[in-house]
Design a protein around this ligand. Structure first.
Ligand SMILES: [Zn+2]
Length: 321
């Protein structure tokens, strides 16, 4: 053999990718014809390309790392869980030792469950981490409220629970809607689902408060105040989300709907307050019709300008095409 196997094996990758010179190619082929060892090396090169090799190795490294961190976080979760159980045990013993039976022990237990739901649960989970963490946090807060309510012999549980649920929905709904697994079900109805969740929990809260303080006094005024505001939110949402217009048109129409609905709101509040004078609510004056109309008018003006500008731009773009 004219050339050493070392030299040929250096050339083989270039030969395989057909990027070596004509002279080198000849040398390699002559060598391969009489050297089974180098032929073998060429065959193995053909089996796995270098790119594939790199990708494979990368995936292996990432997989090992992910497994390592998951194992570590599960371990940390277990340890923190154990630490959390210490005060629970101490409280159980002290509570029993004082001879009064299990009283405030349940409050401590529920309080620590709230903390654990935020710290231990996400560490232990492998999938749907955010969704299950938020759900367990909400459930443990409800449990805490319920226990405190029973302990203090209160009758306010549903008011507190519904209000808390509304507040937590305000915070959590967007995160839940945009994350797995919920986002897969909602597809392009995420905004709609969030708005529906807000409205539903809000109405639930109003009902809970109404039932607690007495329906006839609370509802007329409370719904007169809140429903136009809810309607305002829906109007702005619908304009921003579903109207296929430019930002100026949307802004203008939003201003108009806020202006008009504010007028409706003021009138409804006055009516409700007059109907229920016993509640002691006194509303002296509503915004004048002129004010409402001018706010609505300004909004329509902005929307109109936006529409014309958008139309003009669209036309120009079409001409350019
Ligand atoms: Zn050889």
């Amino acid at each position: 053999m004219k050339y050493s196997c070392d030299l040929i094996s250096d050339l083989l990758p270039l030969y395989k990718d057909e990027i070596c010179s004509e002279a080198s190619r000849k040398i390699v082929e002559e060598h391969l014809a009489e050297c089974p060892d180098c032929k073998k090396i060429l065959n193995s090169l053909n089996d796995v390309t270098i790119d594939e090799k790199i990708v494979k190795e990368k995936e292996e490294v990432i997989g090992t790392q992910a497994k390592f961190f998951k194992r570590k976080s599960a371990l940390a979760g277990s340890i923190i869980g154990l630490i959390f159980s210490i005060p629970i045990l101490v409280c159980l013993i002290v509570n029993l030792a004082t001879g009064a039976g299990l009283t405030w022990f349940f409050i401590v237990l529920a309080g620590i469950l709230v903390a654990a739901s935020l710290i231990v649960v996400p560490l232990m989970l492998r999938e749907n981490r955010m969704f299950i963490t938020m759900a367990s946090f909400t459930a443990s807060v409800m449990l805490l409220l319920g226990i405190v309510c029973i302990y203090s012999r209160g009758d306010w549980f549903f008011v507190a629970a519904a209000s808390t649920l509304f507040g937590l929905t305000m915070c959590f709904a967007p995160f839940i809607a945009y994350r797995r697994p919920v986002n897969a079900y909602l597809k392009n109805k995420k905004g709609l689902a969030i708005m529906t969740a807000y409205t539903a929990t809000f109405v639930l809260m109003m009902l809970a408060i109404g039932l607690h303080v007495g329906m006839s006094e609370f509802f007329p005024l409370a719904f007169a105040i809140s429903m136009p505001l809810v309607g305002m939110c829906w109007a702005i949402f619908a304009i921003v989300r579903y109207l296929r217009m430019n930002a100026a048109v949307k802004t203008g129409l939003s201003i108009t709907s806020v202006g008009v609905l504010s007028g409706v709101l003021a009138q409804l509040v006055i009516n409700a307050a007059n109907a229920g004078r016993a509640t002691g609510v006194v509303v002296t004056s509503a915004p004048s019709l002129a004010l409402i109309l001018s706010i609505g008018g300004v909004g329509l003006l902005i929307a109109g300008i936006g529409f014309l500008v958008g139309k003009n731009k669209g036309g120009k773009n079409n001409e350019n095409k």
